[in-house]
Design a protein. Structure first.
Length: 339
């Protein structure tokens, strides 16, 4: 998902506690897909309720959001709207890849190869309209604001950070930097122990990338960073075969822009590059949104998690009581501050 420039930039490692008191705009689709991919049984089967409906996304959304609320992070989730026309080819390719991965997953399960089964299963995640509706209902019950973007969620998320309505954006993808977010937090909802498809567990820590630091380190403008990404390939274009982050960086450093690369005859740039540039530099976003955090509605949470999707009441109530305790302490501190 998105362009990968991790080999060229270095992020700053932080702890979740370092983000206490911060408002973080979270790329909802990116996050829900993480949960759908990673929260699975040993053979790759996702979590399901008594009616056979997948609930991995709800499990991740509830427990991770609760953890953020407990340490004082204020999340706001931003959902994707209508994708740009140029993304259709990418979406079709992803669909075909998921269909193939699902076949390979089932074959591995039949052979009893659980390691391969889990590896293939993580690539089969699908996010349905019902899942999105349940996720929104859960967020509202938890008092967590959400916004429906007109198009790309990362673009709207970045716009909110640029305006100062959120301190940072959170996504695993680097595209948020291309959309101009001043700060990008990665691994926010993956922090802690993460099980790899191999069965091993690794420690995952949040990390922060500041766009100004990235551009300074690379000695590029944001426009040049976008041009570099177009050569590599984005969600909106295929890129150039054989051109990875290092080669594209060298080309833009030498020639300054895609026009410069084309004029020098270094290679044939993607025909649609101007349209792709426009998506990143002048994205479709809105200012008509409201961000307010409220107290958790315990009954509302139980309705979604327990009544509708058969999560254990005791387990949900335990987390709800922990959130309530933290919110009560915060409210008391606020009250004491006025005395």
């Amino acid at each position: 998902m998105g362009v990968d420039i991790s080999d060229l930039i270095e992020a700053k490692k932080v702890s979740l506690e370092d983000l206490t008191g911060r408002s973080i705009a979270i790329d909802a689709f990116n996050t829900l897909y993480q949960f759908l991919s990673m929260i699975r049984q040993r053979d790759g089967t996702p979590l399901m309720d008594r009616d056979g409906r997948v609930t991995s996304h709800l499990s991740g959304l509830f427990f991770r959001s609760a953890a953020l609320l407990e340490i004082g992070v204020r999340p706001v989730y931003v959902f994707d709207g209508e994708p740009p026309e140029l993304k259709q080819k990418t979406l079709q390719a992803r669909h075909e890849a998921k269909v193939q991965a699902e076949k390979e997953w089932k074959a591995a399960v039949e052979k009893g190869d659980l390691k391969r089964a889990l590896s293939k299963a993580t690539r089969t995640a699908r996010l349905t309209d019902d899942m999105i509706e349940d996720s929104i209902e859960l967020l509202e019950a938890m008092g967590i604001p959400w916004i429906m973007a007109p198009s790309e969620g990362e673009a709207q998320m970045s716009h909110m950070v640029i305006k100062g309505d959120a301190w940072a954006g959170a996504s695993q993808d680097f595209d948020a930097l291309l959309f101009g977010t001043p700060r990008l937090v990665r691994n926010l909802t993956l922090a802690g122990k993460r099980r790899l498809p191999s069965g091993k567990s690794v420690d995952v820590s949040p990390e922060i990338l500041a766009l100004s630091d990235v551009l300074s380190a690379l000695k590029l403008t944001r426009e040049q960073l976008v041009d570099m990404a177009i050569l590599i390939g984005t969600d909106f274009n295929e890129g150039i075969r054989g051109i990875g982050p290092k080669k594209s960086y060298a080309l833009i450093q030498k020639h300054g822009s895609l026009e410069g690369v084309e004029k020098a005859g270094a290679l044939e740039v993607p025909a649609e590059y101007r349209e792709v540039r426009e998506i990143f530099l002048k994205p479709d976003v809105i200012d008509d949104y409201k961000i307010e955090w409220g107290r958790v509605n315990d009954e509302g949470v139980r309705k979604v998690m327990c009544d509708k999707h058969s999560f254990g009441v005791d387990r949900i109530d335990k987390v709800l009581s922990e959130i309530a305790a933290k919110q009560n302490v915060a409210a008391q501190r606020s009250l004491d501050g006025w005395r």
